[in-house]
Design a binder for this molecule. Structure first.
Ligand code: AHG
Ligand code: MN
Ligand code: MN
Ligand code: MN
Length: 330
């Protein structure tokens, strides 16, 4: 049964075989997302999805049951999509799937794992990259491509609703899974991020570790109407990147996960290839912006699949303002 996501994919990705393969891949990713969503819903029957599996991933995160279930579901979707390579938060090395695949996927199979057992929105974030003969000769290089090379990017949100936020380079679109309909239907075409905002999103418990310029920016927001910003600010922070990103697409705002002085956190916590790059493409396609505080995320040359980056994204004017704070003399 065709859904409006199918209709959108046929209209947006039909110029050549490569585009048709991306459309097919997005359909397979949707199938995997429904499996993960059903696991979460059935998870109420007692298997502890937020329970620790004991081992930790390359990033040092302790793997949760659902991290591994999601990783398996999306690896299968990648095989079904005839991707050449699968680079996942939950696997130390990229998996080679086929020698002649045209594309690769970098994926965060389950984003917001710390929220699994608290019934807060979590998700899956993905980035689809081109694969050339040069990459086939040196497979490591496929996940050293900068984010500007992405052909498509998106995230699923497992929350009160199952949603897909997607860009294939012509705007950011929102689709909603309709159980009645049995497919994803378009909820919003070309979402636009408000370019101004009075809301910031950050884990304030790390404030003392941040760079002085970031602290100056936050201080001025907290000073409110009596301070240099001459307006009061609100704060929202879910702790699932997909939930914070979706809220910002809906009502503007600026998200900050800065680097800090702690060992291992100099580049913050978020990963460039499967968190910052896809979110950055979605934000730019929605008229927003995404930087590492100063540099455009999509221009950053990755050293490896799991490299981290400080991340600031959302309302364009606010992201640019933070860039000016970063260059202020101390
Ligand atoms: P993941 O669960 O994929 O490891 O990602 C968690 C990330 C992201 O979802 C969120 O923005 C961030 O961790 C929250 O970090 P803190 O708990 O340090 O605030
Ligand atoms: Mn993790
Ligand atoms: Mn994540
Ligand atoms: Mn994850």
């Amino acid at each position: 049964m065709s859904s409006s996501l199918d209709a959108y994919l046929r209209s947006a990705l039909d110029a050549d075989e490569g585009q048709r393969q991306i459309a097919e891949a997005i359909r397979h990713l949707c199938t995997a997302s429904i499996k993960v969503r059903n696991t979460i819903i059935e998870g109420g029957s007692g298997n502890d999805l937020g329970g620790q599996r004991g081992d930790s991933n390359s990033d040092g995160d302790i793997q949760k049951e659902l991290d591994v279930i999601a990783d398996k579901a999306f690896l299968q979707a990648a095989r079904d999509s005839s991707f050449a390579f699968f680079g996942s938060e939950e696997q130390d090395e990229a998996v080679t799937l086929s020698k002649d695949g045209l594309h690769a996927i970098a994926i965060d199979p389950l984003d917001g794992s710390s929220n699994i057992s608290t019934n807060v929105s979590i998700g899956t974030i993905f980035s689809i990259l081109p694969v050339t003969d040069a990459h086939r000769k040196n497979p490591k290089s496929v996940f050293e491509q900068k984010g500007a090379n992405q052909l498509a990017a998106g995230f699923f949100t497992y929350g009160p609703q199952l949603q897909l936020v997607l860009t294939v380079g012509n705007g950011t679109h929102v689709f909603l899974f309709s159980p009645k309909f049995g497919g994803f239907v378009e909820q919003a075409a070309s979402v636009m991020v408000a370019d101004r905002s009075r809301e910031f999103s950050a884990n304030m418990s790390n404030y003392r570790h941040w760079d002085v310029h970031i602290r100056n920016y936050i201080d001025d927001c907290l000073a409110g109407a009596e301070g240099p910003r001459e307006r009061d600010f609100g704060m929202r922070y879910v702790g699932s990147l997909v939930a914070d990103a979706y809220r910002i697409l809906q009502r503007g705002g600026v998200f900050l996960y800065p680097g800090d002085e702690r060992k291992g956190y100099q580049k913050g916590r978020l990963r460039l290839m499967y968190e910052a790059n896809p979110v950055a493409m979605l934000m730019e396609q929605a008229g927003g912006a995404a930087t590492d505080g100063a540099r455009r995320i999509l221009d950053i040359e990755p050293e490896s699949l799991h490299v981290r980056t400080p991340l600031v994204f959302g309302s364009k004017r606010e992201v640019e303002r933070i860039g000016r704070y970063m260059t202020d003399s101390d």
